[in-house]
Design a protein around this ligand. Sequence first.
Ligand SMILES: [Zn+2]
Ligand SMILES: [Zn+2]
Length: 123
Amino acid sequence: MKARKMFLKPFAILMAVCMLVQLGSVVGAVEKTEIVVNGVADKQKAQHIADTIKGEVTISPFGIACLFGHSMAQGTAIETNHRYYATAPRCRRVTYKIDYCTRSSCNYITYTQTTVSSVYCCS
Ligand SMILES: [Zn+2]
Ligand SMILES: [Zn+2]
């Protein structure tokens, strides 16, 4: 019984670390693009915003609860395209201003690029 507990403890710590990583604000990461959404408390909304910037979802003009207007809020997002440029600084960073509807049944978003810069990140 004691040996079993000793085995389980590191596993529990590992699980806790994994959960902490999941709670971080990095919501979208593919091989070369990383998107961090800030100022959006709702995890599903944050994920949706990241997916939208990546071009993986289509935005419907309004959800059923928004026939008479959206419930808009603002956030920001930072997209990093790793090894985007051939020479240093190689990574490209784009910041976005996000306007999104907070209702869960609605996926309406508009976003505009605010800055584009190159950063020393990968070699
Ligand atoms: Zn809406
Ligand atoms: Zn990089």
